[in-house]
Design a protein around this ligand. Sequence first.
Ligand code: MEV
Length: 438
Amino acid sequence: MNHPISGFSKLSKEEKINWIAKEYFSAPIDAVALLKNYWNSDEKLQQLHDEFIENTITNFYIPLGVAPNFLINDHFRTIPMAIEESSVVAAAAKAAKFWSSRGGFKTIVSNTEKIGQVHFIYYGDPSKLEHFFAQTKARFFTDTQSITKNMQKRGGGILSITLKNKTHLLANYFQLHATFETKDSMGANFINSCLEQFAKTLQSEAQQYAGFTQEEKNISVIMSILSNYVPNCIVRAEVSCPVEDLEEKGIPNPLEFAQRFVQAVQIAEIEPYRAVTHNKGIMNGIDAVVLATGNDFRAIEAAIHAYAARSGTYSSLSHAKIENGIFSFWLEVPLALGTVGGLTSLHPLVKLSLEMLENPSAKELMQVVAVAGLAQNFAALRSLTTTGIQEGHMKMHLNNILNQCNTTNAERVAIQNYFNTNAVTHSAVIDYIATLRN
Ligand code: MEV
């Protein structure tokens, strides 16, 4: 029977580990040793990581890989990717190489607007609220000047504030809906600080507004928070080439390949079950770069999937066509990213990843991330419509099986040689290891 604990966060790291080990592990000494094995010997570095969150007990590794040869707008880049799935970096690198000799990736950022809302309840005449808002609007800007001053110097700030009547959806529910430009920062703190000030201004100005009855003056702010849905913060990435240029080893008939590829995308456009998996493949690339560059992948995931469902039906984020003998494949995604602030100046590997990307602006990072998503989608669809996904996937997964079976270096060489020409399946590998060991 396990026990609850009070004051856990006040314990030292050592005490926390000891409590967990005693409470949950049959071999507490081994559990403590394993946790400590992942501590960094550089105490300052460890302290930095300890302080990112509460109750840190150790570090949790994910590999940081790189995919070179990405030609993006005529500029070669090596893309850092933090991800645990075996085949993702290999697939990205393969797609990068493929497109580097076919014109590369072309990208464009169409907008970078962010959104925040003050959600409030107002019991009264909506036309009076509109009148009040029109009179008070300037105050929202002046009352936030101390917050917006620095952002304005960088070319950003509050773009607009509008009053929205949502009472047809929920009784007495209104919003202040504001848009922001946050330049190279993701902007969450900036936006939330502005919104909380809007809420204060809204309530205090309402109290003083002579046109309101006492009930109307008592505006009840429910919450003030940015929206992670950013349909006006959009980047597009595209590849295209004459159909015949798609030919290479594995694509003997480029027209047939292009047609099957376009059909695979069309299926994801109209079939939500397929669209989710199709988009998951895109997110393999997107999340890996988002994580490596210290951005909030949960926010990115939430925004992108909402965008994929904006028509009312969940659909593919990417599209493809063959027109006048040209094969084109493109993707459009919302990406609210930052290259300053947050983890970007704290986590040493995030700083390194950003430096590898030549310290991009947020707009440049949006382009790199979208390209990683498109490349991943291309690689997945190429495999799915030709050899099937398992061939490449299992090749990469082979290492995981070898690790599970604690193979020696000599066994690994023999196994790699054998599976260069034989299909990798879990049972085939297990059987072959047994044969070697006998
Ligand atoms: C696996 O992580 C991703 C894929 O399933 C994507 C897809 O099916 O397009 C291969």
